[in-house]
Design a protein around this ligand. Sequence first.
Ligand code: GLN
Length: 461
Amino acid sequence: TALRAIGATEPTNNAYTHVGYESALRAADAVDADRKAGRPLPPLAGLPVAIKDVLCTSDMPTTCSSNMLRNFTPPYDATVVAKLKQAGAIVIGKTNMDEFAMGASTETSAMGKTCNPWDTDRTPGGSSGGAAAAVASGTVPLSIGTDTGGSIRQPAAFCGITGLKPTYGRCSRYGLVAFASSLDQAGPLGWSVEDVAIGLQAMAGYDPADSTSVDHEVSDYRAAIAETDMKGVRVGVLREATDQEGVAPAIRTAVAEAEKVFRDLGAEIVEVSLQHSPYWVPTYYVIAPCEASSNLSRFDGAHYGYRHAAEENGASESSLDKTEPLEAMYRASRAAGFGSEVKRRIMVGTYALSEGYYDAYYNQALKVRRLIRGDYDTTFGSVDLILGPVTPSPAFRLGENTDDPIAMYLCDLFTVGANLAGVPAISLPGGIDDDGLPVGIQLQAPVMQESKLLAAGAAFQ
Ligand code: GLN
């Protein structure tokens, strides 16, 4: 059914970079054979899932939607992919994304843009836009995305589905092609809170192969969502976010409605403030490019992916030695392999890390990050959850922000705080605006309290 749905929707949506028709059918046949033989089946037996193309898969290419990795198939599965497969899930395909997860609209992909299934003139969000569109268009009930600054939650909101960014360290980053290592986290996107809980259950857990993975017991997330009583739960409303200039009225309404729903469910509503929130975006856009510039230095044409050939540079065919100087090969490979947004981030990052600017930018950003974390610690001293918007507006039109990087970066206004602080956050469908577009709401919780997010999400939905 999933493959048939892909056949019907893919020509318009372009949600996938690769569909594993044969491997998926083979895996489905194996599940069928086990079922017929009465063999015990794993919990997710036969469940079709789609994986963002930034997570390594040994049986499918992993391109990060970049020309740099267009022909790259890794020799191993990312831990989260391996865990899903062990749980019985069938990986149907890899999903489109902004190149190396840098963007908020999936338009920086070298594999073409993805359309929002609700309105094909609009973006599905990004960078996990393909993962969100794959779920919203009904091809799979569950996909796996990654979130460095909002890339699970913003596309989930734009596509009217549920998306969870777990606590930093809750899911292994082994096999996740790094964008900003101190912020990256993989997580599930699904039709419902239950789907997301099921996905997280399979993915979460300590992994010795990831040094930042946290050795913390994995809760029973499905049991958690049965707990929908909100009595005694303190929900802090981030009024400063919705009151900001430029926030669409539909977003304000959705958060206000959600506040009402939680109050009616018995939660105690209090107003909270995350004092340093005006610094979230500037801090993120120093730290993330700095880490990216370092992480992407491995793509040099020699180790992975695209390698520029000397002949392409006009070197004469007749020359005896077709090799070009190493430095020139690096430069030419990176010039041709990376798209312009990736280059912009590398330039910003190397500039901010360079001698003379390191203290003024990178070190300063680290200090502000500590203050931002402090705000969360203080706030979670008095509330269980923080309620606010996911995005300043519903899905914007394709092309609307492509020439304006700052406008694109401002899409992350409400999401990057959770990454800088390392806390978990969920994006939930919060209604439909006057144009018929979905609007999301966001809940954030203290570290390792995914159960609280899921329980509140289940109560809300
Ligand atoms: N939009 C943000 C960026 O471009 C977040 C991306 C992400 O979470 N991967 O960096």
